[in-house]
Design a protein around this ligand. Structure first.
Ligand SMILES: Cc1cc2nc3c(=O)[nH]c(=O)nc-3n(C[C@H](O)[C@H](O)[C@H](O)COP(=O)(O)OP(=O)(O)OC[C@H]3O[C@@H](n4cnc5c(N)ncnc54)[C@H](O)[C@@H]3O)c2cc1C
Length: 555
């Protein structure tokens, strides 16, 4: 072992969702020695189960959480510049019916506040439409009692890839990033402070110890469980997790052209989101007390979402049989103090909190995908403060840089400035160049540019040696075989599920959720990862089990 390898990590971060990935990237960028661990794939927890919105959150405005909205819109604007391939503006339409309270005028004022909190730097300011003009915008909307509609802008993203690009950047900045590595305990020094994290590779069973000065717990819905693992107690559960479900239907069955924000009769908000070939409907928000490793959409969740969509889109007549795929995740919300009145799951605050414990454990809980960079800054600031006051001779005199992630593009946006075009125009130019250069269909080129940004060239280059790699995996969707190889070689995929659920999400978009190609995907991966025939079969079986979980609602 080299002396550098024996040197303890300044920070070992437990949990590689968006929060942990953001923390690892920020800490590595400041010159700290960092390890990032996830018991599964990076982003396999809540961070790939969100509504995939980078937004201020219109609903939080209604709840008076102005700080959350302000921070959300500020981060939205920053991410549109630092990751334009992943954070893209789309129009949202809020239909308002005569029965709605608040009505059109009040929502209009709300949207002025939304625009103002975004310092009037929204992709576009909101607009009001009345009568027949609404029908022209969204022909499938029910018009009975329709008073009008408001259009505003927020952003959609690929949540799993947002995590991945943070992890890749953390690694490029020197962090050790270990997926399928579960923290199983800690070693403490004579003063009770953490001195090492014990970990197990979940794929090989290998055990290891990672010496460290501080631990960050960024374990999302697993926070209380991981606190037990590292021996830290708050005397009460820190979280009140709530379950959120999304369903995916064919776009032709619910042909929305923009995101539609539905104010439901039970005073919630549901989105119908256009996803090119598909439409996504979500989300539910219900208390959850089970095992965070076993979260799935049940029949009631699917019925709830279909019925609400049908209420606003009467011709859709959606039912459980129309659902192609589902995903379910847990919001890692901080348990409110007893008696604060947040009795409904959807009323629990989305704010985050950072706790610093004298054992050298920094815990971050709550929060949103949208504000991950800000949360990471706060966590690393607090961890650095703790490290500097620790009285560790090896740390004395070390200069730790301030957070600069505001200025650093994510990997797929690095080099984009050469196109000398602003955000979305640069991505469109990239797509046009890919389409012309590699003779790719426009939809495929658009997908590559919006997924990999400037890294798309690496994917396409694989087709030069083996042209069949530029064939589509599924004739209906834009994914290419080259992306499977890229997922393993460049994007840290270690299992078939990593590839089909997150890197190339046929599991969410494919009519058969990628089951028919799982065997071929495993074959390609086996050649690169040295799998035996038995391991290949096990991988395919595991993927089928993962798909079965998403179909549990079918009974
Ligand atoms: C239905 C739903 C919709 C949402 N929509 C949005 C949205 O549109 N926009 C938005 O901004 N936010 C949204 N959110 C919130 C957002 O998704 C979450 O706040 C965020 O993803 C949480 O990220 P995280 O990294 O804290 O947790 P996670 O992503 O869950 O990451 C925690 C990680 O810890 C790992 N882990 C657990 N135990 C261990 C261990 N012992 N050792 C190592 N690793 C371990 C897990 O494998 C997991 O990957 C939504 C949430 C839900 C549930």
């Amino acid at each position: 072992m080299s002396p550098a390898a024996r040197e303890p990590y300044d920070v070992v971060c437990l949990g590689g969702g968006i929060t942990g990935a953001g923390v690892a990237r920020d800490a590595a960028h400041r010159g700290l020695k960092v390890a990032l661990l996830d018991k599964g794939d990076f982003g396999s927890g809540t961070s790939s189960k969100s509504s995939k919105l980078v937004h201020g959150g219109l609903r939080y405005l209604e709840q008076g959480e102005l700080k959350l909205v302000f921070e959300g819109t500020a981060e939205r604007s920053l991410q549109m510049r630092r990751a334009p391939h992943l954070v893209r503006p789309i129009p949202f339409l809020v239909p308002i019916y005569k029965r709605n309270r608040p009505g059109l005028a009040v929502i209009d004022i709300g949207l002025w506040i939304y625009d103002a909190l975004a310092m009037f730097r929204s992709p576009k300011l909101h607009k009001t439409y009345r009568g027949k003009r609404v029908k022209a915008l969204e022909p499938a909307l029910g018009t009975d009692g329709l008073a009008g509609a408001l259009e505003y802008y927020d952003c959609m993203t690929d949540d799993a890839r947002l995590v991945l690009e943070n992890v890749l950047d953390a690694r490029a900045l020197g962090a050790d990033v270990l997926s399928y590595t579960r923290a199983t305990g800690v070693v403490r020094d004579g003063r009770g402070r953490v001195a090492a994290v014990r970990a197990r590779d979940e794929l090989t069973g290998a055990e290891r110890e990672l010496p460290c000065r501080a631990v960050v717990v960024a374990a999302g819905p697993w926070t209380d469980e991981v606190l037990g693992t590292v021996g830290v107690s708050f005397g009460r559960p820190l979280l009140r997790p709530t379950k959120g479900v999304h369903v995916v239907v064919d776009h032709a069955r619910l042909p929305v052209t923009r995101a539609v924000t539905l104010f439901t009769r039970d005073k919630r908000v549901i989105f119908c989101l256009p996803w090119v070939e598909r439409t996504v409907i979500g989300t539910t928000d219900t208390d959850f007390a089970g095992d965070p490793d076993d979260v799935a959409a049940d029949r009631a969740d699917v019925t709830y979402l279909c019925e609400h969509a049908n209420e606003f889109f009467p011709e859709a007549k959606l039912g459980a049989d129309d659902v192609i795929a589902t995903w379910a995740g847990l919001r890692p919300l901080i348990a409110p103090p007893e008696g604060d009145g947040a009795s409904r799951a959807s009323d629990v605050s989305r704010e985050h909190e950072v706790f610093v414990r004298e054992e050298g454990v920094v815990v971050v809980a709550g929060g949103k995908l949208t504000t991950y960079r800000r949360m990471a800054k706060e966590v690393v600031d607090r961890a650095v403060e703790w490290l500097q006051n620790r009285g560790d001779a090896a740390f004395e005199g070390r200069v730790i840089r301030r957070c600069r992630t505001k200025h650093r593009p994510l990997p797929g946006a690095q080099g984009l400035e050469a196109l000398e075009l602003p955000g979305q125009k640069a991505i469109a130019a990239l797509a046009a160049r890919l389409a012309a250069g590699a003779k790719l269909p426009a939809r495929v080129a658009e997908h590559l540019a919006q997924t990999y940004g400037t890294r798309a060239d690496q994917v396409v280059a694989r087709g030069r040696a083996e042209p069949a790699l530029l064939d589509r995996i599924d004739p209906e969707l834009p994914y290419l075989w080259a992306e499977v190889d890229h997922a393993v070689d460049a994007d840290l995929a270690r299992t078939v599920e990593d590839v089909l659920a997150r890197r190339i999400p046929l599991g969410l978009r494919g009519r058969d959720q990628g089951l028919a190609v799982a065997e071929r995907v495993a074959e390609r991966m086996a050649a690169r990862l040295g799998w035996s025939a038995a391991e290949r079969a096990r991988q395919v079986e595991r993927y089928a089990a993962c798909v079965a979980t998403t179909r549990r609602f079918r009974g």
